[in-house]
Design a protein. Structure first.
Length: 337
């Protein structure tokens, strides 16, 4: 009864999470997102975090069972498994986990195969999953489109010379970032003995500076058009994070923080779920034939959505090291009388 009740409650929370993810996605999928709408988006994300935290706390109720209690009925669950929760998979899709990033749920099959009927036919769960995959864009895609339109030093995409202005901004920022890392390296090297150790330490900081340049150039993409677009999205996230004191960037900055906090809450649930499972069943094969706890651990590690927003945190510099923002008057509040 404990096991069944908790899982039924999870499906109710997931229903609410899906509703709010759709609302947030639809808000950012608009051709133009009004500044005042960002406050509503932050409220939606705040509620999502509460849902994920409640899901995490409910794991404690399952842990009131002993491993032996669970083993008394576990065999009766076969071949049912957590992968058959179509709503959980829908949450992942709406967040923005891409098909190319998916791990096989079983040795040969994907998570979509798990949603089929026992005879292999496409039942209601598989059909619902198919419909959700066609329900685009994801929240990640919608947010990235919004970031792409963000003015950087007063320049927006499509304006004459925008590419050059964004590149100039990134060059100035990377120069400031490199100088900041160099100072840190000098200080750190002064705390260690031995030329070999100092060289090794300095090399780490140099590689961090090189990685920053590759990240903002989007060297991880081969297509030139996609690379330019990704570079601008990453530059926009950096600009919002760095110049948060500009009035019109206050809500965008709060939104980026809420996106990261919401994903963090979801990742924490995954990690806590893995530890609960390990505590109850150890490293047994999952009831549906998956690798059990190993699969849960890998999902918590690999299924990340807003990876660019997280990466920007590594590359921030103190406020007094920032290059001067340009056209700051465009980022002030404007009132009509």
């Amino acid at each position: 009864m404990v096991f069944i009740t908790v899982h039924q409650v999870y499906e109710l929370w997931l229903k609410l999470a899906l509703r709010d993810l759709v609302k947030a996605r639809d808000l950012f999928a608009r051709p133009q997102v009004a500044d005042e709408a960002l406050a509503g988006a932050c409220r939606i994300l705040g509620r999502l975090r509460v849902v994920f935290r409640l899901m995490t706390h409910h794991l404690e109720l399952i842990e009131t069972m002993t491993p032996r209690d669970y083993l008394e009925f576990r065999d009766k669950l076969f071949p049912a498994n957590g992968g058959q929760s179509v709503q959980f998979r829908e949450v992942e899709v709406l967040f923005g986990i891409e098909e190319s990033e998916r791990m096989p749920f079983l040795a040969e099959g994907s998570y979509r195969d798990v949603l089929r009927e026992p005879d292999g036919s496409e039942g209601w769960a598989a059909k619902r999953m198919h419909a959700r995959l066609l329900d685009t864009p994801s929240l990640k895609e919608a947010v990235e489109e919004w970031l792409f339109r963000t003015p950087i030093n007063g320049s927006g995409p499509g304006e004459p010379g925008d590419g050059a202005r964004v590149e100039t901004y990134l060059e100035a920022y990377l120069a400031a970032h490199g100088a900041f890392l160099s100072e840190i390296a000098d200080h750190a090297c002064g705390q260690v003995e031995g030329e070999a150790e100092r060289a090794k330490l300095r090399g780490r900081y140099e590689r961090e500076a090189e990685a920053a340049a590759r990240f903002f150039r989007a060297d991880d993409l081969e297509d030139g058009t996609q690379r330019a677009r990704r570079s601008r999205i990453r530059a926009a996230a950096l600009y919002i994070e760095s110049y948060r004191e500009l009035a019109l960037l206050a809500w965008p900055r709060a939104l980026l923080e809420d996106l990261i906090a919401t994903e963090q809450a979801f990742v924490v649930f995954r990690q806590r779920h893995a530890r609960m499972a390990e505590r109850m069943i150890g490293r047994r094969v999952g009831t549906g034939g998956s690798t059990g706890v190993d699969y849960l651990d890998q999902a918590a590690l690999r299924y990340r959505v807003f990876s660019d927003l997280w990466a920007v945190r590594t590359l921030l510099v103190p406020r007094d090291r920032l290059p001067a923002a340009e056209k700051t008057d465009l980022y002030g509040f404007r009132f009509s009388g």
